[in-house]
Design a protein around this ligand. Structure first.
Ligand code: PMP
Ligand code: GLN
Length: 461
């Protein structure tokens, strides 16, 4: 009894960070192990930390392996399969040629000095304020770690986090592993748009009253994603204003995942930064990704921008995990930002030209999907396009208690047709999954040759 109470209180103390981790770990390990049967380690089934139980499945792990096994052409996962911009490659070469030996060593933990300065110089004008490079920017190993730092830096066990479904799949397990409780609200397509042969990502909307009902005294944060993965929706000023007013009313933090910030397809639906809305800077952390910004997802470098009082929590999670990100990559991205800064207002600036590169690809895929009897949801931003496949699949694939219809369909496509597409219910919690089992997600940020091969397969379906 004493041991159990002691071990529980140790766990509580661990969460509150009141005593040194080393002491807690030693005590917790010895108390927990003493109650174990003496099974050899390889036979034990209790090795996974309890906070990860129930979070074992991951759509990328499953589908990327499946696509590879069946040599399926990957038009599902969000990465570009052609060369990143030349200037990026050249800056790698230049950085190495400079023979600065320190670029091979650790750099400043919260972000390489040259990079945080370059980000501050570029983003200050977009955020309408001078961003302090040393205290308001944290460089991370990609947008994923920025998300992790935010959830783990703010959530106490039992705190609620509002997630908007569908969402980039790691949001939910990250909230849960931090001890938080996801409160989920789904974007729903307007009913006329579900019947139409072609619809728009802008048709997927949040019910204002339902959103309001998600907020309560336990709500710690809300995460928004605009432009959106997987729908491609670019949230309007009015939509963001409503979310902002609720955050202010309930004193909630907003995590704004803006990794596709530069990729929008309609002059009238440009990306709006949540942190620029009145009174939102103080309660918003904005997350960006070098991989998405410079079409080089393998970089795995990202950043969190926000006020010092919020960023501090993220820095604390970061300092005891990653501590510092790769120096050479940070140097290269710093040079990329410096280069773009010089031509920010010109059409050649990569931030201004990147969307037109993808627009043609988007339009091409939309046409083919229509032709094939799928109903595309035309995105206003990002890499992805949803398509309702129910007409072509007929009754062959049905959701049941084990598996969703879209999962069955994409497995079939990978195995039998060698085309890799993502199931959209993988971006939902089990509660709302049924809303999207007619949809699959394509990534059109691929070279023409890849798209053409995919189109050939789609036409034969
Ligand atoms: N957020 C969203 C919405 C994404 O689609 C992705 C995938 N690029 C990420 C975060 C993760 O980005 P990164 O590769 O920089 O970790
Ligand atoms: N963000 C990308 C997507 O949604 C890639 C995610 C991944 O590979 N984990 O496709």
């Amino acid at each position: 009894m004493f041991i159990k109470t002691f071990s529980l209180s140790c766990r509580f103390i661990r969460h509150t960070h009141f005593i040194k981790r080393s002491i807690v770990t030693t005590i917790a390990t010895s108390t927990e192990e003493s109650s174990k049967t003496k099974k050899p380690i390889e036979k034990r089934n209790d090795l996974l930390a309890k906070r990860y139980i129930g979070l074992e499945k991951n759509i990328w792990v499953e589908f990327v392996a499946l696509f590879a096994e069946h040599k399926a052409i990957n038009v599902g996962q969000g990465f570009i399969d052609y060369a990143p911009p030349n200037f990026l490659i050249n800056f790698y070469k230049e950085a190495l040629d400079d023979n600065n030996i320190l670029l091979h060593q650790y750099t400043r933990g919260f972000g390489h000095r040259r990079l945080v300065e370059a980000i501050s110089n570029v983003y200050s004008s977009y955020f309408n304020r001078k961003i302090d490079p040393l205290n308001q920017i944290l460089i991370t190993g990609g947008a994923c770690p920025s998300l992790f730092n935010s959830f783990h830096g703010f959530l106490n066990p039992g705190d609620e986090a509002i997630l908007i479904e569908p969402f980039f799949d790691c949001y939910e397990p990250m909230v849960r592993s931090a001890g938080g409780i996801p409160r989920c609200i789904a974007l729903k397509p307007k009913s006329e748009s579900t019947k139409a042969d072609i619809s728009s990502s802008a048709d997927w909307i949040l019910d204002k009253n339902e959103l309001e009902s998600m907020f309560n005294s336990r709500t710690r944060l809300i995460i928004i994603n605009t432009p959106h993965n997987p729908i491609g929706k670019v949230f309007t000023h009015e939509e963001l204003e409503h979310i902002a007013s609720l955050c202010q009313k309930h004193d909630v933090i907003c995590i704004s995942d803006e990794v596709y910030e530069w990729i929008t397809y309609d002059e009238n639906k440009k990306h709006i930064r949540m942190a620029t809305l009145p009174n939102m800077w103080e309660r918003t952390l904005t997350i960006g990704s070098a991989g998405k910004t410079f079409s080089s997802t393998g970089l795995k470098l990202g950043w969190t921008i926000g006020p010092e009082h919020l960023l501090r929590s993220c820095q604390i999670v970061h300092q005891d995990c990653v501590y510092t990100c790769p120096t050479l990559s940070q140097e290269v991205i710093a040079r990329c930002f410096e280069y773009e800064l010089e031509r920010l207002n010109s059409p050649e600036c990569y931030f201004n030209s990147i969307s037109s590169e993808f627009l043609e690809k988007r339009n091409k895929l939309v046409e083919v999907l229509k032709e094939c009897g799928m109903k595309p949801v035309v995105p206003d931003g990002g890499y992805f396009i949803l398509a309702d496949f129910s007409q072509i699949a007929g009754n062959k694939f049905q959701s049941d208690t084990h598996d969703m219809k879209d999962f069955k369909f994409v497995r079939y496509l990978a195995k039998e047709k060698q085309i890799g597409i993502m199931p959209v219910t993988g971006f939902y919690t089990s509660e709302h999954r049924h809303l999207a089992d007619n949809y699959i997600r394509f990534c059109f940020a691929k070279k023409d040759e890849t798209l053409d091969k995919a189109i050939e397969i789609l036409r034969q379906l």
